[in-house]
Design a protein around this ligand. Structure first.
Ligand code: FMN
Ligand code: PMP
Length: 194
């Protein structure tokens, strides 16, 4: 279910204002996933696309987050825009992006990042930093003079929201909260106490 126009506008406006206010990583979001043991796991990722369908990020599919999302699509996101005292919180389900989208985004990354995606077995044990440096050199040699293709284990997820909350901080601590929730196929909007 696409987000209602108002939520799309609030998100776009919030991001634009964070950028204008000089936020250092305005697209950084905390991503929480669910482990097979029922435990939670959180880390930062960068949002690379936002549409009424949801929020997209890219990663190694064999990483901790990648395997957790493959097992359970449950995902939660938090943006914190410190410069403008705002927070956006998202709860929903992650699904893989298309190969075409992943190819297009991968092709736009700097070559060093592309090589890194081949070199790093993200989230698996590494004996020493030398291992990583050697692997980068090896993939560099392999793709010398030609484009670096997207690794099959590197792609993105679209987090389709079921809940989006906009929090607007106020000095008085009487903050404003607007919560959009998907309820039987329809978006409901309510204010909540701060
Ligand atoms: C600001 C910031 C942005 C990050 N963006 C990404 C990202 O977009 N994709 C990614 O795979 N890791 C990103 N990382 C690294 C992750 O936080 C994390 O360490 C890594 O993906 C491994 O997570 P996992 O073991 O839970 O899968 C970022 C880290 C920081 C601090
Ligand atoms: C391992 C990793 N993968 C992907 C990303 C996404 O961002 P970018 O494509 O801009 O590198 C990051 C950003 N820090 C990252 O650290």
């Amino acid at each position: 279910m696409a987000l209602p126009d108002e939520a799309v506008e609030r998100f776009r406006e919030g991001l634009d204002e964070a950028i204008a206010a000089g936020e250092v990583e305005p697209t950084a979001m905390c991503l929480s996933t669910l482990g097979v043991d029922g435990g939670l796991s959180s880390r930062m990722v960068l949002m690379k696309a936002f549409t009424p369908e949801g929020f997209v990020f890219y990663t190694n599919l064999e990483s901790r987050k990648g395997t957790q999302l493959a097992a359970s699509g449950a995902a939660a996101l938090v943006f914190h825009w410190k410069a403008t005292e705002r927070q956006v919180r998202v709860e929903g389900v992650a699904e893989p992006v298309s190969d075409a989208d992943a190819d297009a985004y991968f092709a736009s990354r700097p070559r060093g990042s592309q090589l890194g995606a081949w070199a790093s077995d993200q989230s698996r044990p590494m004996a020493s930093r030398v291992t990583l440096v050697k692997r980068v050199a090896a993939v560099e040699a392999r793709y010398l003079g030609r484009p670096v293709p997207r690794p099959p284990h590197w792609s993105g997820f679209l987090v389709r929201p079921r809940l989006v909350e906009f929090w607007y901080g106020r000095r008085s601590r009487l903050h404003d909260r607007f919560v959009f929730t998907l309820d039987n196929g329809e978006w409901r909007r309510e204010r909540q106490f701060p």
